[in-house]
Design a protein around this ligand. Structure first.
Ligand SMILES: *[C@@H]1O[C@H](CO)[C@@H](O)[C@H](O)[C@H]1NC(C)=O
Ligand SMILES: *[C@@H]1O[C@H](CO)[C@@H](O)[C@H](O)[C@H]1NC(C)=O
Ligand SMILES: *[C@@H]1O[C@H](CO)[C@@H](O)[C@H](O)[C@H]1NC(C)=O
Ligand SMILES: *[C@@H]1O[C@H](CO)[C@@H](O)[C@H](O)[C@H]1NC(C)=O
Ligand SMILES: *[C@@H]1O[C@H](CO)[C@@H](O)[C@H](O)[C@H]1NC(C)=O
Ligand SMILES: *[C@@H]1O[C@H](CO)[C@@H](O)[C@H](O)[C@H]1NC(C)=O
Length: 415
């Protein structure tokens, strides 16, 4: 009897493996034994190691913002001998709950690698609070002060710090192509509308994937936003200034949970970002171990305000707070007409945060001479191809459905 148990244990350990990706969702709970599963080196991996694993060189830079936050950027530098794009710098700015890994975790479908293959000088930003940018000159991340910022603060401090560093290192003026996904778009719209002249000295054009400015979210996100002030106040009273604080811990738990309940995790993707037909089951754990970056409660409250008001405006401190901060009872709105640079926007029909109407409103207000927006995929109405919020990061057929158009636009900016 004892012997039998012993044999079973050794047999079980003999077939054990490090599998963490499966081509079918139902294989995940048995991935150690299934022939449809394999080892995906991107699960849990950090951005620089994913860049190296894919065969690219990686550099890292640090910059400190005016208000003392240390931000880290990664760079895939172009080959010195490669003159295809004249070393055109592109800054990729990730979205809410993400970090620079957004642009590198789906192997050869990743935008960063596609840009590098074409000869671009690729820069990957990491916003304050994310795992790669979580130190401060003065404040510890365990302190309240560290997390005391809204979208306005990020836009006016982080964005210029990142752009100036890229401009300085590359020694190029008015040259950077900015590509922002979701919050990456929100932040550049905020910064560029407040500092149009400065933006023009740094950027050549901006590309917004899911241009989140006027939010028009689905009902359950509206409902959540309606309750956000009470939820936020409760969290702050409990001395919780940020959520998903211990990110390694969060990822370990999600990895275990999603291995056991892959269909639940798949459904959560549809609920939180929009129904996607373009998600590869193989990426399930890679996604869940790169999403859920730490975010400040105040910043999330700011987004909730944008959802409930439908306006693209500064943080609402309440009547008296606003009088003190802005000299008026209501928060000032961002004026997109101030933006003069070329702006190219992409959105998906299945996005839960914005609709065509929201994109058109941004488009109409932009002061740019050159501006355009597209629903991806262009000219295809078949339901299974329609993009959701995160399809711009991971879509199965991202090359045909999206990059073809994107690179056509980027090529048009070569001058
Ligand atoms: C940048 O700062 C991080 C810590 O925040 C550190 O690990 C890294 O080595 C620094 N990189 C450079 C190039 O100084
Ligand atoms: C790149 O450089 C090579 C020689 O070094 C030259 O023949 C080619 O025309 C250049 N291409 C461009 C696009 O400048
Ligand atoms: C991308 O990688 C996959 C395997 O990871 C491979 O099957 C495919 O051919 C590659 N595509 C390109 C365009 O290199
Ligand atoms: C947060 O920042 C505001 C200014 O935006 C300041 O008035 C307030 O005292 C700060 N709170 C904390 C806890 O640091
Ligand atoms: C830009 O680079 C120069 C040296 O090349 C340096 O003296 C200067 O401080 C840098 N500026 C910024 C804003 O980093
Ligand atoms: C927005 O800015 C433009 C100039 O760029 C100005 O003409 C317009 O009045 C401003 N709109 C608002 C609502 O302030």
């Amino acid at each position: 009897m004892l012997l039998l148990v012993f044999i079973q244990v050794t047999q079980a350990s003999a077939v054990r493996s490090d599998n963490n990706a499966c081509s079918r969702l139902y294989d995940y709970p048995v991935m150690d034994k299934s022939g449809n599963c394999y080892v995906n080196p991107n699960v849990m991996a950090l951005t620089p190691s994913m860049i190296k694993q894919n065969g690219y060189p990686v550099l890292s830079y640090n910059v400190t913002t005016r208000d003392g936050y240390n931000l880290q950027l990664f760079r895939i530098p172009p080959d010195e001998k490669d003159n295809r794009t004249n070393k055109q710098p592109v800054l990729l700015e990730h979205g809410l709950f993400h970090d620079s890994s957004s642009w590198v975790f789906v192997g050869n479908r990743s935008l960063a690698f596609n840009l590098a293959d074409k000869g671009y000088d690729v820069w990957l930003a990491n916003q304050r609070g994310s795992r790669y940018s979580c130190t401060h000159r003065k404040f510890k991340t365990s302190s309240f002060q560290y997390w005391n910022y809204s979208l306005d603060t990020m836009a006016s401090n982080d964005i210029p710090a990142l752009l100036k560093l890229v401009a300085n290192v590359t020694e190029k003026e008015s040259a950077i192509i900015y590509i922002g996904h979701s919050r990456g778009a929100t932040l550049i719209f905020m910064y560029a509308s407040e500092h149009p002249a400065e933006t023009q000295k740094l950027l050549k054009c901006m590309v917004a994937l899911c241009p989140v400015a006027y939010l028009d979210a689905v009902w359950y996100i509206k409902l959540l936003s309606f309750w956000a002030p009470s939820i936020g106040r409760t969290l702050l009273n409990l001395r919780i200034p940020a959520i998903f604080y211990n990110i390694n811990h969060v990822h370990t738990i999600l990895c275990k949970f999603c291995s056991n309940f892959p269909y639940v995790c798949r459904l959560l993707i549809d609920i939180s970002t929009g129904v996607t037909w373009q998600f590869l089951p193989d990426d399930l754990l890679a996604y869940y171990t790169h999403d859920f970056s730490t975010e400040s409660v105040k910043e999330l409250l700011h987004y909730a305000q944008l959802v409930t008001t439908g306006k693209f405006q500064k943080y609402d401190f309440g009547k008296w707070g606003n009088l003190k901060a802005y000299g008026q009872e209501n928060p000032p709105q961002y004026n997109l007409t101030n933006i003069r640079l070329p702006v190219f926007m992409y959105y998906g029909k299945n996005d839960v945060f914005i609709k065509e109407k929201s994109v058109r409103k941004v488009f109409d207000e932009l002061g740019s001479n050159e501006k355009a927006f597209w629903k991806i995929p262009v000219g295809i109405n078949e339901e299974k191809y329609q993009f959701s919020h995160n399809d711009f990061i991971w879509a199965k057929q991202i090359n045909e459905l999206f990059y073809t158009n994107l690179f056509y636009v980027l090529d048009s900016q070569k001058k």
